[in-house]
Design a protein around this ligand. Structure first.
Ligand code: GLC
Length: 452
């Protein structure tokens, strides 16, 4: 049963349909099958790693924007910036430990920067000497061991790849305004497209990523036609690959969803540093977020979000039908900062008990949940579970749900499976809770229904 408010929202959304089309030859059922693992995963770990981890957010005494943009905001010439490669020797890099941490946190996939805007590749590229193998004392591919570890430990490996490239000679840093900083020499654009496609093929061949997470598509010279060329190329090689909407021109700023009902390339929207206000029926999206204020490592950024707010962000995102992609920025030596490790472990402790209320769930059926958030899961036999994530544990031990749909067969606490009594008062249901919350961040009440 849907409330009027939800129907209104669905209607509005249908009018402004944020249309992320399937591939040309794909039926909706085929698309659902292709997207299934990603929709079920709900939580991933993002990794921003590259040469920028060496200056770690400070250049000639100045600390400004995010760590990975340092080449731009400190206005470092290419010849000077590329010298950093000679110092990049991440001897502490332990891909097995990184994957273990992600797994312990409850992440189901990892997305790592194969090449950020600075143009440096973390993998072995035959078309560039500016990569981890050829240009660094470390001399080894950084991605393949991580991809192999993901497979070994049961996580899905994915890559981020920047379209904008401050190092490739076809592009030049055109604009002091850092949000549109590359132009392309028109006569060399084809050369760059071919370079990009070769690098993507190299990534598929060596690491077989399940998602290609593009970025830097906002430069004026990149077109929707270019996006279609790259998507067609990738899908011919890997028909089941998932591609984000930053491959094309649809993304509307940081809210990350597509602008209008035109058909744009890509499979999912990419809100950045924010979670949409409501769920968006029929649209796949993933909110990516930093734990502090930078993607690439910064030695001075201590503005860490609490574990509580990160856990509640995962819940909030799932309650709106989206995925949460949480970033870590390893040091130049190859260590994930301790503050990030602590937070990933705290998330893991919560997920260990409560993961059932996150994975493979759908958006909340309620318009408002002042006590917290709600997710929903339909099982193969048609029965349904509502997961009520209670943030504010009621002092009087009574959780009132004003508009509870249907009659639940059973109510219980997820932690410990303690049965709970439900009484009805007209449309409302009152659930009797124990005096103290099982978890101070979010405790989950399950309502079981025989039908959808
Ligand atoms: C951005 C930034 C970038 C970061 C990314 C993550 O657009 O340019 O540094 O990699 O988003 O979403």
């Amino acid at each position: 049963m849907l409330t009027r408010a939800i129907l209104r929202t669905m209607c509005l959304v249908a009018c402004f349909a944020i249309n992320i089309p399937a591939t040309a030859a794909e039926t909706p059922a085929e698309r659902d099958a292709r997207m299934q693992w990603w929709r079920d995963a709900r939580f991933g770990m993002f990794i921003h790693w590259g040469l920028y981890a060496i200056p770690a957010g400070t250049w000639q005494g100045k600390t400004a924007g995010t760590g990975e943009w340092i080449m731009d905001w400190a206005n470092i010439p290419v010849e000077e910036y590329e010298q950093l490669a000679g110092q990049f020797n991440p001897v502490e890099y332990d891909p097995a430990a990184w994957v273990r941490l992600a797994k312990e946190a409850g992440a189901r996939y990892i997305v790592i920067t194969s090449k950020h805007h600075d143009g440096f590749s973390l993998f072995d590229s035959a078309v560039s000497k500016y990569d981890a193998v050829d240009a660094t004392p470390y001399g080894k591919c950084l991605l393949k061991p991580l991809a192999d570890e993901c497979r070994k430990q049961g996580l899905t490996f994915c890559v981020y790849h920047s379209i904008m490239d401050w190092h490739h000679p076809a592009q030049y840093r055109a604009n002091p305004d850092r949000y549109n900083p590359t132009g392309v020499h028109p006569e060399r654009k084809r050369e760059y497209l071919d370079y990009m496609k070769t690098q993507l093929q190299e990534l598929l061949d060596s690491c077989d990523p399940a998602v290609l997470w593009f970025d830097g598509e906002w430069t004026d010279w990149w077109t929707e036609e270019d996006a279609r060329e790259v998507c067609t190329f990738l899908r011919e090689l890997r028909p089941r690959i998932i591609i984000n909407n930053r491959v094309g021109k649809g993304r509307q700023g940081m809210d990350g969803l597509n602008k209008d009902d035109q058909e744009y390339s890509g499979d999912f929207g990419t809100p950045e540093q924010q979670i949409p206000a409501t769920g968006i029926p029929g649209v796949d999206w993933e909110s990516c977020m930093t734990m502090n204020d930078t993607w690439g490592f910064s030695s001075s950024d201590e503005n860490w979000k609490s574990a509580e707010s990160l856990i509640r962000n995962i819940i909030d995102t799932a309650s709106k039908g989206g995925n949460y992609l949480l970033n870590v920025g390893p040091t130049a030596a190859g260590r994930i900062p301790e503050a990030s490790v602590e937070r990933m472990r705290a998330i893991g402790a919560w997920m260990q008990t409560n993961g059932e209320s996150i994975y493979a769930t759908q958006a909340s059926p309620f318009a408002e949940t002042p006590w917290g958030r709600c997710t929903r899961r339909t099982l193969a036999d048609g029965s349904t579970r509502l997961y009520l994530h209670v943030f504010d544990w009621p002092q009087d031990g009574q959780l009132t749900i004003p508009d509870l749909p249907g009659v639940p067969q059973r109510a219980l606490l997820l932690a410990g499976r303690q049965p709970l009594e439900v009484t009805r008062q007209d449309q409302a249901a009152i659930i009797a809770l124990p005096p103290s919350a099982p978890d101070p961040v979010a405790s989950v009440v399950i309502l079981e229904y025989a039908q959808p």
